[in-house]
Design a protein around this ligand. Structure first.
Ligand code: GLN
Length: 309
């Protein structure tokens, strides 16, 4: 069973919104601080091309950590799993997304997985291109294919805001560079990373990206295999094991779908063969997941039995 009516979705959104005051908008990236915490919107895209939404569908937000799954797919397509997993691992950490601790305690500073910041920075260091501009354009071209839309771009203000305050992410890069795990210019990696995190879209576009992963990489709009099946499956597996930071285990139990969140308040869901979900609710819980978005997914799971387990 699937939610097909916008009224029904709107009533679940209204119920989920009631807990917004328990969450807090991210403030460590100064430009994200201005969002209103009581905002909540959701879109669901189905394999038959239909979609429904609730809330302001035009409202844009930046992908932040959701971009990590997109760049992971891109480097896996370009270099294959063996090359990529030589530099970044496959195991969940149980630590916060920006933690440095496991880099220091492993024999080499190889990040444990591509969904934590260290792993995502290592992935970004592999993106093809002669300079930061080409690399960012390459990522955005891929996002245009995934969303089936040509007007995708990044938000300069959010990118600059993070670039100028991202001391911890720079430290992660230098630590990995010092151990020979990543190569290249750290400032360039930081420029590409902060711009990929600042790619903006609305819920509907995000739901469409989620749908491509749920359809094993095939675009229901063009029929094109945009991501090879085995790579789409690797990405979905990371969404289950590490997509919701150090709350991924609880999320798998309570909701049970591949999903990836970002500190802007976005959540992308990919219910295998059934639907892509895009949510934006900037009030975050203590681990950095959208508090209202989690509530909404719980309500959707209860009502439509989304769990794949
Ligand atoms: N750009 C953010 C950072 O690196 C992304 C983190 C997130 O969304 N959890 O801190």
């Amino acid at each position: 069973m699937a939610c097909r009516s916008e009224e029904e979705l709107q009533s679940l959104v209204d119920d989920a919104k009631k807990v917004y005051f328990e969450g807090k908008v991210a403030n460590y990236i100064p430009a994200l601080q201005r969002e209103s915490p009581d905002y909540l919107s959701c879109a669901i895209a189905y394999p038959d091309g239909n979609c429904i939404s609730a809330g302001d569908i035009k409202k844009q937000f930046t992908l932040q950590s959701i971009s990590k799954i997109i760049t992971l797919a891109l480097v896996l397509i370009d270099f294959g799993p063996e090359h990529v997993f030589h530099r970044v691992g496959m195991e969940p950490t149980g630590d916060p997304f920006n933690s440095i601790i496991k880099l220091e305690t492993s024999s080499k500073a190889k990040p444990l997985n591509p969904m934590i910041n260290a792993g995502a920075l290592a992935v970004t260091s592999m993106i093809k291109g002669r300079n930061a501009g080409e690399k960012v354009e390459y990522i955005i071209d891929f996002v245009k294919k995934l969303t089936n839309e040509s007007d995708i771009d990044y938000c300069e203000e959010v990118a600059i805001s993070e670039f100028t305050t991202s001391f911890l992410n720079r430290s992660l890069c230098y630590y990995m560079k010092g151990d020979g795990v990543i190569h290249g210019n750290v400032e360039e990696i930081m420029e590409v990373y902060t711009k990929q995190c600042a790619i903006r879209m609305n819920c509907l576009q995000l739901a469409r990206v989620g749908l491509i992963f749920s359809m094993d990489g095939v675009s229901p709009y063009t029929g094109e295999q945009i991501i090879p099946k085995d790579i789409a499956r690797i990405c979905k597996t990371f969404m289950v094991t590490c997509g919701m930071y150090n709350a991924s285990g609880e999320f798998a139990i309570k909701i049970g779908i591949p999903a990836k969140s970002g500190v802007s308040g976005g959540i992308m869901g990919s219910v295998p063969d059934r639907m892509g979900i895009g949510i934006f609710g900037p009030a975050l819980n203590e681990v950095g997941n959208s508090h209202t978005g989690m509530k909404l997914l719980e309500l959707l799971q209860k009502k439509f039995d989304l769990s794949m387990f």
